[in-house]
Design a protein around this ligand. Structure first.
Ligand SMILES: [Zn+2]
Length: 322
């Protein structure tokens, strides 16, 4: 087994079996194992699922209505309010503290769903031009309304960007070659902002599931990638809540999904009824969740305290090495 970053074989060892969030997803993620390269502190699945399967999954399944982690609803107005979640405001603060956005003209969001972050940036910096690559069928209408130009194929990108943003997308890829593309489409003075799950051994201990992630990064692996692609860190930070909280939120989300899809709702008639009720139920669930977060809950501290030594995400701003 070859490490996807350093290409060595002698440093790679079997780590664990792959854990599914949703049982039915086995048709997309069948019989996967996780391997770890000790040199890069990087983990990855093997065998890699086929491109056809992954394309179908991300176009039609991943952000489907009523599925975790997004719990999408069919209520369009409600979806747009997601942009005001703590995590997006936190990204906004981080980026605008470290970078001078008045000098940025073009922003490219790789795999950003509804493009919440670009949308927020444009509210404060109206001259920004927004671009993205997002193949999810449900997201396209919102992206268009928000003024994004969507390059569905990376090969079609014919301009260069001042800022590339990619949050919680890189872990879904089958390799790290996207950095070569980023290098190509980034202006010499441009920046890349990313966030991904932080996956040292604390991530793997007690995690409820892995899917649909295929790559598991750490600080060390991100620094290796930067070196290989001739980039350097302008900032590197650990972010978000603790590993324990992360595992707890994942378990709650997984349990909720299982409850909603359990055998007690098995008859066709009930299923039809559930289909009508569930979107409303999810809207209310989501609304309550947002409202709870917006009051003075101590938990919110976790969303705003970086570099605590126990953060389940890593993020950074990369630039080209000169
Ligand atoms: Zn390696």
């Amino acid at each position: 087994m070859k490490c996807l970053i350093c290409k060595k074989t002698e440093t790679v060892k079997f780590l664990d079996d792959y854990k599914l969030e949703i049982k039915e997803d086995i048709k997309f993620f069948n019989n996967l194992k996780i391997y770890n390269c000790s040199d890069c502190n990087f983990s990855f699945v093997n065998p890699i699922p086929s491109e056809d399967k992954l394309n179908y999954f991300y176009k039609h399944v991943y952000r489907a209505v009523g599925r975790p982690p997004y719990w999408m609803t069919e209520n369009y107005e409600d979806l747009k309010r997601y942009s005001l979640e703590d995590k997006n405001l936190n990204y906004l603060l981080y980026i605008t503290t470290l970078l001078d956005l008045s000098k940025v003209e073009t922003v490219y969001d790789f795999g950003g769903g509804y493009g919440d972050l670009g949308f927020l940036l444009k509210k404060k910096f109206p001259k920004l031009k927004l671009f993205c690559t997002e193949n999810d069928a449900n997201s396209k209408k919102v992206l268009q309304e928000r003024g994004y130009k969507n390059f569905e194929n990376l090969e079609d990108i014919d301009i260069k960007f001042d800022l590339i943003i990619t949050t919680h997308s890189l872990e879904h890829l089958t390799d790290t070659n996207i950095f070569s593309k980023f290098n190509e489409i980034l202006k010499p003075t441009g920046f890349i902002f990313f966030e991904v799950p932080n996956c040292p051994k604390e991530y793997f201990q007690g995690r409820p599931y892995d899917s649909p992630h295929l790559l598991f990064y750490t600080s060390k692996s991100m620094h290796k990638i930067a070196e290989i692609y001739n980039m350097e860190f302008f900032n590197f930070s650990y972010s978000s809540y603790s590993f324990n909280d992360d595992h707890r939120y994942q378990r709650e989300s997984q349990n909720l999904y299982e409850e909603l899809n359990s055998s007690k709702f098995s008859s066709t008639k009930i299923k039809k009824m559930i289909k009508k009720i569930v979107p409303n139920y999810l809207i209310n669930l989501r609304r309550n969740f947002l409202e709870q977060k917006s009051i003075k809950k101590e938990e919110r501290v976790n969303m705003f305290a970086n570099n605590t030594g126990d953060n389940c995400y890593i993020r950074g701003i990369l630039k080209k090495k000169i």
